[in-house]
Design a protein around this ligand. Structure first.
Ligand code: HC0
Ligand code: SF4
Length: 558
C-alpha cells in the first residue's frame, strides 16, 4: 500500500484522482468553490490550497497524490490566505443575503460563516448588471457570480450544450451567452444543472411558489396536484432523513394540509406512457421504420434534439411525457367542474417548467399543466407553512386515479422507463423474468448502459443514457454505423430524474440511494406492470375513448 502524509497522519492512496479527494477521505472538509468530481479540474478558486513541507503552496485539487508526499491543510498561512480569498470575493459580491434565493444553501455564505469573516476591507468594483429572468427554468444574477466556472463546465462537459461561457478578459470577465442573448433565446435546454452546481445565487431555479400560494387562497380555484416519481425519494433530505426512502405518503399529507384539493401521482401518467410507448415501439419494429426509438419524457432532451439533431425528431416517441399525459387527463376529467381547475406538477426538474409552457401543450392558450414546482420549491413551501414534515402521518393519493404500478414509479431513475417497457414487451411474464431483468444492465448510476433482450426470433438492442454529452456520443456512434440499437432512453440529468436540478443537491452516492428507494417501492408494489393497473384499463374504456391521440400524443413544432 502507498501512503502520503496529511497533517502528519499517514493516509492510504487508493486511486484518488487528486490530493483534495484524499484529504476529504481523511475526514477534513477542505473548502472549494470550483471542484466537482464529475467535472474537469479548473483550479481557479484556490481555496483548497495546501502547504508542502518546504513551505510551497499548491491547489490540492490539481495535485496528483504520490507516495511519500507530505502536506499540511491548516497552517496559519493557509488560514490567512483563505480568508483573503473570501474577502476579495465578498468585496465584489452582492451581500443582500436575507433576500437571496440561495440564502441557506449558498456556499459563499457558508464559508464566510465558517471562516468568521466579519468585515470586508476592499472596495466593490463590480458593475451592477440586470438579472436575466427570460428563461422559464433558471434566473441569472451576475452580481452574485464569483467566476468559478462550474456552470460553464457543467453545461459543456456533462450536457454538451455550451449555452454559457466566459466572455471578456481581466476585470471585465463574466459569464455570458453567445451573442449576448438572453437565456430564453440562447440554446439553453433548461436542464438547470448549472444552477445545481452554482455555489452562489448567480444561477438559481425560477421560483413560482408565490403563484401557488395565491391559487391555494382562491376559493374559486380547484387546485389539483400531481407528484413526480423522483420527488418522493429526495424531499426528505431537506426535511427529515437522508436515506433515500420513499416518503410519498408524507408528501400527500403535507399537501392536503396546505390546501391542495386533489392529490395524484405522476406515475399514473407514467403507466399510460408505458402502454402508449410500447405500442408505438412494437409498430415501428413490425414495419422496421423510424428506429431506434428514442424516449420522449425528458423535456431537456427534446430541446437538445430540436437544437442539434432535428433529423432525429422523427425517431423520438410521439408520446407526451407522463406529466403532460396526466395533465391532459386531469383537465379532461374535471372539465365540467364548477370551479377553475388549476393543475400543479411537483417535479425534480427545471426543464418541466418550460415543457409546461410550450404551445403544443396548450388548448386555446390554457396549458394542461398550469404550474410546475420543483422539489426545492415544495420544501420551501412546507417550511413556510410551518408544518413539521417529519411528523406527518402518511396518507394515500386520491381516487379515481389511485396508486400506480411499480413500473410507473421506477421512471424516476435512469433505466426505469426502459425496464418498464421491457416488462411489457417481453414474451416471458414470469416473476423470475422480472427478477433477472434487474441484473440485465438497465439499473445503476452509469451514464451509458446497454442491454439486449430476446423478442420472438429477434434480439432487441437497448441503450440507456443520462447526461446529454453521453447521449451525443451515442448519437454519433449510431450515425457512423458503429452501433445499432432499437430503443434508446435519454435523460438529460446524470442518474435520471432523481438527479434533477430541482432536487436538493446530491452526489452520486446520494443519487444511488434515491434510486434504491424507487426500486424498493417497486418491490413492494403488488402491481408491477403498467397494463395491470386497473385505473389505466378503465381510463382506456372511458375518458380516453377516441381521444388517445388528442390527449396522449404530441407533434413538436420545434
Ligand atoms: Fe421524471 Fe417523468 S420520471 S420525466 O424522470 O418519464 O421530471 O421523477 O415526472 O413526466 O413519470 C421528471 C421524475 C417525471 C415525467 C414521470 C417521465
Ligand atoms: Fe446549460 Fe442546462 Fe444551464 Fe441551460 S440550464 S445553461 S443547458 S446547464
Amino acid at each position: 500500500a502507498e501512503f502520503m502524509m496529511i497533517d502528519d497522519i499517514p493516509v492510504e492512496i487508493q486511486g484518488e484522482k487528486n490530493v483534495l479527494e484524499l484529504i476529504r477521505k481523511a475526514g477534513i472538509d477542505l473548502p472549494t468553490f470550483c471542484y466537482y468530481s464529475e467535472l474537469s479540474v479548473y483550479g481557479a478558486c484556490r481555496l483548497c490550497v495546501v502547504e508542502n513541507k518546504w513551505g510551497g503552496i499548491e491547489a490540492s485539487c490539481s495535485t496528483i497524490p504520490k507516495a511519500g508526499m507530505e502536506v499540511y491543510t491548516n497552517t496559519p498561512r493557509l488560514r490567512k490566505y483563505r480568508k483573503m480569498i473570501l474577502e476579495l470575493i465578498l468585496a465584489n459580491h452582492c451581500r443582500d443575503c436575507t433576500t437571496c434565493e440561495k440564502s441557506g444553501t449558498c456556499k459563499l455564505q457558508e464559508l464566510a460563516m465558517r471562516f468568521g469573516i466579519k468585515e470586508v476591507r476592499f472596495e466593490n468594483t463590480k458593475k451592477d448588471l440586470p438579472m436575466d429572468t427570460s428563461s422559464c427554468c433558471i434566473v441569472r444574477d451576475e452580481t452574485k457570480c464569483i467566476l468559478c466556472g462550474d456552470c460553464v463546465r457543467m453545461c459543456d462537459e456533462v450536457q454538451n450544450v455550451g449555452a454559457i461561457d466566459f466572455v471578456h478578459r481581466g476585470s471585465e470577465m463574466r459569464i455570458g451567452t453567445a451573442f449576448h442573448q438572453c437565456m430564453a433565446k440562447s440554446n439553453c435546454v433548461g436542464c438547470g444543472q448549472c444552477a445545481a452546481v452554482c455555489p452562489t445565487g448567480a444561477i438559481v431555479v425560477k421560483n413560482d411558489t408565490a403563484s401557488i400560494w395565491k391559487e391555494l387562497g382562491d376559493p374559486q380555484a380547484k387546485v389539483v396536484v400531481q407528484i413526480a416519481p423522483a420527488v418522493r425519494v429526495a424531499i426528505d433530505e431537506a426535511l427529515g432523513q437522508k436515506n433515500g426512502k420513499n416518503v410519498m405518503g408524507k408528501i400527500v399529507a403535507v399537501l392536503r394540509r396546505m390546501g391542495f384539493n386533489e392529490i395524484f401521482d405522476t406515475s399514473t401518467g407514467a403507466d399510460l406512457t408505458v402502454l402508449e410507448e410500447t405500442n408505438e415501439f412494437l409498430k415501428r419494429l413490425e414495419k422496421n421504420e423510424r428506429l431506434p426509438l428514442f424516449t420522449s419524457c425528458c423535456p431537456a432532451w427534446i430541446k437538445y434534439a430540436e437544437n442539434k439533431h432535428p433529423d432525429l425528431l422523427q425517431n423520438i416517441s410521439t408520446c407526451r411525457s407522463p406529466m403532460e399525459m396526466f395533465g391532459a387527463v386531469l383537465k379532461e376529467h374535471y372539465k365540467h367542474s364548477n370551479k377553475r381547475v388549476v393543475v400543479v406538477a411537483i417535479m425534480p426538474c427545471t426543464a418541466k417548467k418550460a415543457e409546461a409552457a410550450r404551445d403544443e401543450f396548450k388548448v386555446e392558450g390554457t396549458p394542461y399543466v398550469d404550474y410546475v414546482l420543483t422539489t426545492q420549491e415544495l420544501i420551501q413551501m412546507v417550511r413556510e407553512s410551518g408544518l413539521v414534515f417529519d411528523e406527518m402521518e402518511p396518507e394515500a393519493v386520491d381516487m379515481p386515479f389511485g396508486a400506480p404500478s411499480g413500473a410507473g414509479v421506477i421512471f424516476g431513475v435512469t433505466g426505469g422507463v426502459t425496464e418498464a417497457v421491457i416488462r411489457r414487451v417481453a414474451d416471458d411474464k414470469s416473476i423470475n423474468m422480472l427478477r433477472t431483468l434487474a441484473f440485465k444492465g438497465v439499473r445503476g448510476m452509469e451514464g451509458v448502459k446497454e442491454t439486449s433482450i430476446p423478442f420472438g426470433e429477434q434480439t432487441l438492442h437497448i441503450a440507456v443514457v443520462s447526461g446529454l454529452a453521453n447521449a451525443e456520443v451515442l448519437i454519433q456512434q449510431i450515425k457512423s454505423g458503429e452501433k445499432h440499437y432499437d430503443l434508446i432512453e435519454v435523460m438529460a440529468c446524470p442518474g435520471g430524474c432523481i438527479g434533477g436540478a430541482g432536487q436538493p443537491f446530491a452526489d452520486r452516492e446520494q443519487k444511488a440511494k434515491r434510486g434504491q428507494g424507487l426500486y424498493e417501492t417497486d418491490r413492494m408494489s403488488s402491481i408491477k406492470r403498467a397494463e395491470e393497473n386497473p385505473v389505466i384499463l378503465s381510463l382506456y374504456q372511458g375518458l380516453l375513448k377516441g381521444k388517445v391521440h388528442e390527449l396522449l400524443h404530441v407533434e413538436y413544432k420545434g
